[in-house]
Design a protein. Structure first.
Length: 139
């Protein structure tokens, strides 16, 4: 599965990937909205995982870090508001109460916001970056 770590001050803009070109304009605009919101909130260590065609969960997964529980909650609140204001519909949210790990499901885009220790413990990037098995290797 392609894994792209986004580096730069805050969050760098992603160039359209092959999946975004194939996907809808709405998904690309939603991803841009999410990235802008994360940049505004000063989210750290942003990783983008393209899960298009790999999972029924969505097309894009973003994994980000907040410096503290308060920062994690602020990132999530800001992102939820920005998604709603952009007209992308309701989001499903888990973990907002504790601020350790907040999961935001915005349809085509899934965002995980972690405190550093929690992100390191679960290491979602490693799980999702596992290589695809070719059909030939399965037979």
């Amino acid at each position: 599965m392609p894994l792209t770590t986004v580096h730069a001050k805050g969050v760098a803009r992603l160039a359209p990937s092959r999946s975004m070109e194939r996907g809808s304009d709405a998904a690309a605009k939603a991803l841009e909205t999410v990235l802008e919101s994360l940049e505004d909130s000063k989210a750290e260590n942003v990783s983008h995982i393209d899960i298009t065609g790999k999972s029924a969960l969505g097309d894009h997964m973003l994994i980000v870090t907040g410096r503290s529980s308060r920062h994690v909650t602020a990132i999530a609140d800001h992102l939820i508001d920005d998604i709603k204001a952009a007209g992308f519909g309701p989001t499903r949210v888990e973990g907002l109460e504790t601020g350790d790990w907040v999961l935001i499901d915005a349809g085509d885009i899934i965002v995980h916001v972690f405190r550093p220790e929690i992100r390191e413990f679960y290491n979602l990037e490693k799980m999702w970056a596992a290589p695809d098995l070719d059909e030939e290797t399965l037979h």
